[in-house]
Design a protein around this ligand. Structure first.
Ligand code: ADP
Length: 153
């Protein structure tokens, strides 16, 4: 059986936390599809194309990682891509509470299982919103994001 997982998120931009979850995800699944959600109500710092390029470049030597963009429900995307799993990272209790409600709802609406990985302790404090704040204020983000973001931003 081909085990595919969708890793959904905004990735504005991808951080070393996301990178860690994807790396570990490919040891569990045959394919990890990183799916960048398009939300018309959200203001992003990086364009969809840029966010996609950062991830593609970071995993250019990893054939098990595919990057796509999507609109709508993640479970509908799972059906379209033939993926039985959603992959999510957990950093802290706030993530857990939020993710729990979404995972239960997705189970109610479909048979898709959500698989959670605890973040590596060294990246558990990193968030895209803090990375954006540091960037906006001229700080150095090189310790927080994959090299591809530094190269292409
Ligand atoms: P969203 O808009 O869905 O919150 P994000 O791009 O912020 O999108 O996050 C996507 C996924 O990556 C979520 O499962 C989130 O918990 C996880 N994630 C975010 N930051 C980290 C981190 N530092 N370590 C591990 N997982 C993370």
């Amino acid at each position: 059986m081909n085990r595919k997982a969708i890793f959904p998120g905004s990735f504005d931009p991808i951080t070393l936390g996301h990178y860690d979850i994807i790396k570990r995800g490919i040891s569990l699944f045959d394919e990890v599809i990183v799916a960048i959600g398009i939300n018309a109500d959200k203001k992003y710092m990086f364009s969809l194309e840029q966010r996609k390029k950062f991830i593609e470049e970071a995993f250019k030597d990893e054939p098990k990682v595919k990057v796509i963009t999507y609109q709508g429900l993640t479970i509908d995307l799972c059906k379209k891509e033939n993926a039985d799993f959603i992959l999510r990272g957990l950093r802290n209790p706030a993530d857990f509470e939020f993710e729990k409600a979404i995972a239960h709802t997705n189970r109610k609406l479909s048979k898709i299982e959500t698989v959670f990985l605890l973040t590596a302790s060294k990246t558990s404090y990193i968030s895209s919103s803090i990375v954006r704040d540091v960037l906006r204020n001229g700080g150095d983000i090189s310790e927080l994001v994959p090299d591809s973001v530094m190269k292409l931003k």
